[in-house]
Design a protein around this ligand. Structure first.
Ligand code: ADP
Length: 366
């Protein structure tokens, strides 16, 4: 049993609250990703679990056991860091065996564990090399191997891919996901990169300013963000936001803002009725804005005229940086688009995919 529970956990550094009342249950064998901008408290959360930081308030459990007073080495967890910190004078084999030797494990068992980990990570042929004879990606794998040989109940990863180049990052991402599947152990992973979080986590915990904002599956976070922060943080390019006034006419609701008026599908009617006459924040993801000439036929859409500021060809799609009057927004459109900088373009907004937020509380309206 290797569930992990943060029970109202806080961390103070002097008068800085790095983690504020974190309440989170992570299930056995789950792959939970902490994500958020730099300084939001994700590493501190992980480091408290690892025993590298004291817990100021609350309790952390591994399984049923409260671990606040337990020595780091007795917590049965293994951590992979951003800096691999391999011993340069030792071979890969020795690097992986080192922690087990310290524990006075017998040589035959150490050998079994190191060879099995090397096999899992496809690096048996590297075991006799020294770290300086390895690429960045291979060093990173040794660091993971060092964690695997300990056969911990919980694996912790603190931004393990930050030092790798873009291509290797994508590849290693897939390897870690596969490793999770093969080992069947609880993984807790910290990153500032929302793409990593979306692609790897079975659940994602989004943090801001030390406060857990939302924890859910990648799909639910993306489709049903609880507030403007989560909506803007998850997804790239980010969701577009517009100030919009809610109006009612002829039994229908509309939202209008600087250069647009949209009629609202019936499913938003109930939550928005209380906002008639008020201004809300309208959120539209870039992929829900189409080049009108290429929009799908079935779309329940509304078409606006925008000025094209910049186009970015991504290969399978084009990012359009657009202006609606003076309000900038981004669309991800079909690569066949004829949009060119400086031109005017008709864009169609998918009205079924709108998001609305209370302007004051920033919470989702639904
Ligand atoms: P993240 O991992 O999300 O980038 P951290 O958990 O490292 O964020 O930090 C959270 C907050 O705690 C930040 O404001 C940071 O400056 C502060 N902090 C982290 N470590 C210390 C420390 N040893 N002393 C003082 N403040 C710290």
């Amino acid at each position: 049993m290797a569930s992990v529970t943060f029970d109202h956990v806080s961390k103070q550094y002097g008068n800085v609250t790095a983690v504020n009342d974190l309440d989170l249950q992570i299930g056995d064998r789950e792959f939970l990703v902490f994500v958020g901008p730099s300084g939001c408290g994700k590493s501190t959360s992980l480091r408290m679990l690892a025993g590298l930081e004291e817990i100021s308030a609350g309790t952390i459990y591994i399984g049923e056991q409260a671990i606040n007073g337990v020595e780091p080495k007795d917590r049965d967890i293994a951590m992979v860091f951003q800096s691999y910190a391999l011993y340069p004078h030792m071979t890969v084999y020795e690097n992986m065996a080192f922690a087990l030797k310290l524990r006075r494990m017998d040589t035959a068992q150490i050998d079994r564990r190191v060879r099995r980990a090397a096999e899992i990570l496809s690096m048996t042929e590297l075991l006799q090399r020294k770290p300086k004879q390895l690429s960045g990606g291979q060093r990173q794998r040794v660091a993971v191997g060092r964690a695997i040989v300990r056969e911990p109940k919980v694996f912790l990863f603190d931004e393990p891919l930050s030092n790798l180049d873009a291509k290797l990052r994508v590849q290693t991402r897939a390897e870690i996901t596969k490793l999770h599947r093969d080992l069947g152990t609880t993984f807790i992973y910290v990153t500032h990169d929302q793409t990593e979080a979306m692609t790897m986590g079975t659940r994602i915990a989004v943090m801001k300013d030390g406060v857990l904002q939302q924890v859910d599956t990648p799909q639910n976070l993306y489709e049903k963000p609880v507030n403007i922060f989560v909506a803007g943080f998850m997804g790239s390019p980010s969701m577009n936001f517009f100030a919009a006034k809610v109006t009612a006419a002829e039994g229908r609701l509309h939202v209008e803002g600087n250069g647009f008026q949209l009629s609202i599908p019936d499913r938003f009617k109930e939550p928005l009725t209380g906002y008639v006459g008020q201004t809300v924040t309208l959120g539209i993801r870039p992929e829900n804005i189409h080049d009108a000439a290429l929009a799908p036929h079935h779309l329940q859409g509304s078409t606006l005229s925008a000025r094209v500021d910049l186009t970015e060809l991504m290969g399978n799609e084009v990012f359009l940086y657009l202006l609606l009057n003076d309000t900038p927004f981004v669309a991800r459109v079909d690569p066949r688009t004829r949009a060119r900088s400086g031109n005017t373009l008709a864009v169609t907004i998918d009205l079924t995919q709108l998001h609305f937020f209370n302007q004051e509380t920033t919470r989702a309206i639904r």
